[in-house]
Design a protein around this ligand. Structure first.
Ligand code: GTP
Ligand code: SPV
Ligand code: MN
Length: 588
């Protein structure tokens, strides 16, 4: 007798008609076999993977994606719930019937001459009551290998699925990598995603944004939990006490860097639990507990170097878990190392750029794409927390929200309570980055850094966030940060990166009630004397600028928030509208 999973795969085979079917078991031998295959198999005239310098970066391979396929495509991403209003103004919507018909035409026979990789995977540790069973089929060997790094692929998933039909169904084909025939269609109510025409990151690794955020956020709304674009870290103080934080920043705005932080403050240590996605449940004791459903990091390469993120450099050089992939970075031909802006201060002489051409240093252009990334297992990370595989996750004491803003948003402040914290997170605006294919550097509202990832109406999502005041017994403190405020000359005023540990220390002092705060229009601010700025060359004047709340700037900001709130009509919770009224009055 065939299992439901086998039957479902048979159906996909009948539609897409692959020449071969390859069921992944997740073993190390299998990874080596697939990597060898990828070194031989050609797409667009070059091999899918090219071996890099194994002495400097163990187990590392290079992949160049099509130049039309280098970032998530939000305009081609749809939430196909039966009612348009349930998808909300934050999502593109298509009627599920129309979407399936459209995708059905693309998928018909699309794998002729290709291999279909069947990837059974788990999001979360198999022992966790919060983990989820998933399957993706794909015709991309690069995607199959990336999934092995990012999720728990293999037999454990097959065993957990058994004969049940209760598993996420992800259908993916790169098709002919044509932007005209590229769509990422979500059916959260059917636990299914259909993705065609892209082989890149969040468009194609369906366990990531498509399942663990868009689909899971919808599930969480139904079931009473949260799926968030957040890191999870443990901050250990000199006495060995650990405080757990969640940190939410929009794409390419500092999550991975904060997740692998090497603090400048003596005696403090940061342990990594997750760098992109957190699933948050109310635990048996009424506290919020978070797990990271992923198993790897798909991190932004540019800006990652010895000075900014030494722990990530160490992670990339490790090879406990094979392999590590580099996508759309440059290659240093003298060393066969991957290279990107910020890896070394000196730009090497003999680089091949991300498009496969010789890099012209004088051109002023970057050699690595702004959204070039590495894909590396979390188990290669020297600061991976021992709690990483805790089935119930870790109890959260603080949630840090942030954005990328050259003005308006202060370096750090604290919300006065849960509702005010939800409000603070709901009004976040951030400058867009290369992580998405649309224009960069434009300020847009990105509440909870979930604008591109919330799988349902964001008005309902805000209500769901507010509801945790009733669901939980103890709630974390909520903080807002902005590492990216600039001076008149366009320079970052705050050193950022490792120095962000100074801000974490203040947050812990606040959580433990060791320091008081100063109330301003936006919330509770640190007193300068309570921030540990030892061995840091920064003047009080700059610190004051960093913490300044400008009436003029907020008078410009509030109408943008109002415009955003208005889009949600009746679905916008009254509590948040009242909060906005209060804030407006403060700046009148
Ligand atoms: P996604 O993987 O897209 O969700 O992004 P992320 O939030 O994990 O972004 P990441 O940490 O990789 O950072 C993106 C960019 O921001 C990199 O180029 C970093 O160098 C830069 N960055 C991170 N932290 C800081 C900081 O504290 N200050 C400044 N100035 N830049 C930072
Ligand atoms: C992001 O864009 O937020 C990412 C990369 O983390 S992707 O997986 O492509 O979504
Ligand atoms: Mn992300």
């Amino acid at each position: 007798m065939k299992t439901q999973l086998q039957k479902w795969v048979d159906e996909q085979v009948a539609i897409m008609q692959p020449d071969k079917i390859y069921w992944m078991n997740g073993s190390d031998e299998e990874a080596r076999e697939l990597v060898n295959l990828a070194e031989e198999e050609k797409r667009d005239g070059h091999p899918i993977l090219k071996k890099l310098n194994d002495k400097n970066f163990q187990g590392s391979y290079y992949h160049r994606s099509n130049t039309n396929d280098v970032a998530r495509t939000e305009h081609l991403t749809f939430i196909c719930l039966p009612n348009k209003e349930d998808a909300g103004p934050n999502n593109n919507w298509m009627d599920p019937k129309d979407a399936k018909e459209k995708m059905g035409n693309f998928f018909k026979g699309c794998m002729k001459g290709r291999t279909m990789y069947v990837i059974p995977f788990l999001m979360g540790n198999p022992k966790s009551p919060y983990s989820k069973n998933c399957v993706q089929v794909t015709d991309s060997l690069y995607v199959a290998l990336s999934m092995r790094i990012m999720t728990r692929v293999g037999t454990a998933a097959i065993e957990k699925i058994g004969d049940s039909n209760d598993f996420f169904k992800g259908v993916h084909s790169v098709g002919d990598i044509n932007p005209e025939r590229r769509f990422i269609m979500h059916f959260p109510h059917e636990n299914m995603v259909l993705s065609f025409g892209s082989g890149y990151g969040g468009n194609a690794l369906l366990g990531k944004k498509c399942y663990s955020l868009r689909t899971a956020s919808y599930l969480g709304y139904q079931e009473g939990w949260l799926a968030e674009h957040m890191i999870i870290i443990a901050v250990e103080d000199p006495k060995g006490k650990r405080t757990y934080f969640l940190g939410s920043f929009p794409s390419a705005c500092g999550k991975t860097n904060l997740a692998l932080l090497n603090p400048v403050i003596k005696g403090y240590k940061v342990w990594t639990l997750g760098d992109d996605i957190a699933w948050i449940n109310v635990g048996p004791d009424g506290k919020l507990y978070a797990i990271n459903p992923e198993m790897g990091f798909f991190g932004v390469a540019p800006g990652t170097g010895e000075n900014t993120n030494p722990i990530m450099i160490e992670t990339l050089k490790n090879n406990k878990f094979f392999p590590t992939l580099y996508t759309n970075t440059a290659i240093d031909n003298d060393t066969n190392n991957p290279w990107w802006e910020g890896l070394t201060e000196e730009v090497p002489e003999n680089l091949t750029n991300w498009q496969g051409e010789k890099h012209d240093k004088a051109s002023g252009k970057v050699a690595a794409h702004g959204n070039s990334r590495f894909t590396v297992s979390a188990y290669n990370c020297p600061t991976l927390a021992e709690e990483f595989d805790n089935p119930l996750g870790v109890p959260i004491s603080g949630i840090i929200f942030g954005g990328r803003r050259k003005s308006t948003i202060p370096l750090v402040y604290e919300s006065s309570n849960w509702q005010h914290g939800v409000f603070t997170a709901s009004i976040i605006g951030s400058e867009t980055t290369a992580a998405s294919s649309s224009a960069t550097g434009v300020v847009r509202r990105d509440p909870m850094s979930m604008l591109p990832f919330c799988g349902y109406n964001m008005g309902d999502y805000f209500k769901h966030w507010l509801s945790f005041e009733k669901r939980a017994k103890t709630l974390p403190k909520i903080f807002m940060v902005n590492w990216f405020r600039k001076d008149e000359d366009g320079k970052f005023m705050w050193p950022g990166f490792r120095d962000n540990s100074r801000i974490l220390k203040w947050m812990i002092d606040r959580i433990e009630g060791k320091v008081s705060a100063q109330e301003k229009e936006l919330g509770l601010f640190p007193k300068l004397e309570d921030l540990d700025l030892s061995n840091l060359d920064i003047s009080d004047k700059i610190m004051e600028k960093l913490l300044h709340v400008s009436k003029e700037e907020w008078q410009k900001e509030i109408p943008m928030i109002e415009e955003f709130y208005t889009k949600f009509g009746d679905r916008m919770p009254q509590e948040l509208k009242n909060q906005l009224d209060n804030l407006r009055k403060k700046f009148a």
